[in-house]
Design a protein around this ligand. Structure first.
Ligand SMILES: [Fe+2]
Length: 282
């Protein structure tokens, strides 16, 4: 295969409106292969709509998947690990889990944590959600490891996601690309993904950003019980989608700093944390 265009999409997070818009763009540029980088669901509403779009996509493109940490959490929950309750702490994941089918979870289970894909006349491509060793790892935090992973896999392009921070990092023998996030970007109002142009024996990564209407996504939060089941998480996500930046980590860290007791963080503490970090008005 020569002159191939590969799309790499990460971190949809149930934002099916952004995902659908992204797929239109991928179709328009004529990509033949789509690398799906994990974290398909949770954090936005109606996860079943994202799963439907993924399956439709598999009929139209050569789709290849790796698992994200969100899929791992859902599989762990099915295996009886953890104890999510409705509310801010685990409610968004529980809401998502309750709307997925056994077939959806089997599909996640079938996804590898890393994959290596060969393309004729081009360096092999190594894909992972976080790092090849850690679904929640930040590849950008250890760029010197990227070369080691590529050398070990005899590959020339490392594609990762998870941090929602798109970037292209040239290495001594290859390149690392973080695709950014389709559904939950740090830049407000944008869908972000990567196109990997395989031409003349090497890969030329291109980071793509497309504007879209986040209010249409927030509107879906009032359907299907998301506000009712997920506590303040959808309120945090409203701020995330409208303002970008990093909303979830400071919110969770503040709640855990405030809560000195045992067991799950109570909703009253989540409310205080939300006021402290500006998710709710003080
Ligand atoms: Fe992730």
């Amino acid at each position: 295969m020569s002159g191939v265009t590969v799309a790499a999409l990460g971190d949809i997070h149930s934002n099916y409106i952004a995902f659908e818009r992204c797929l239109q763009a991928v179709e328009k540029v004529g990509a033949q292969v789509i690398l799906f980088m994990g974290d398909y669901v949770s954090d936005c509403a109606c996860p079943q709509k994202t799963m439907t779009l993924i399956r439709r996509c598999m009929d139209r493109f050569d789709c290849r998947f790796v698992r994200g940490n969100r899929e791992q959490y859902l599989l762990d929950h099915r295996a009886g690990k953890g104890s999510w309750q409705p509310g801010t702490g685990g409610g968004s994941l529980l809401y998502t889990y309750r709307r997925l089918t056994g077939e959806d979870l089997d599909f996640f289970s079938s996804m590898p944590v890393t994959r290596r894909d060969a393309f004729d006349g081009l360096p092999a491509v190594l894909c992972c959600h976080g790092t090849p060793d850690d679904l929640r790892g930040w590849m950008e935090a250890q760029p010197e490891r990227a070369q080691v992973y590529l050398d070990q896999a005899d590959a020339g392009l490392l594609v990762c996601a998870h941090t929602h921070r798109p970037g292209v990092y040239p290495l001594e023998r290859g390149v690392m690309v973080n695709t950014g996030s389709v559904g939950v970007t740090t830049e407000p109002g944008l869908i972000q993904f990567a196109l990997l142009h395989g031409e003349g024996g090497s890969w030329r990564p291109e980071l793509v950003s497309i504007p879209y209407d986040v209010e249409a996504v927030i509107d879906t939060f009032s359907h299907d019980g998301f506000y009712e089941e997920a506590g303040l998480w959808p309120i945090m996500m409203e701020k995330q989608l409208r303002e970008g930046g990093e909303q979830a980590i400071p919110f969770v860290e503040r709640a855990h700093a405030l809560w000195k007791g045992n067991g799950p963080v109570p909703e009253s503490v989540w409310r205080q944390a939300a006021r402290d970090v500006g998710i709710l008005k003080a």
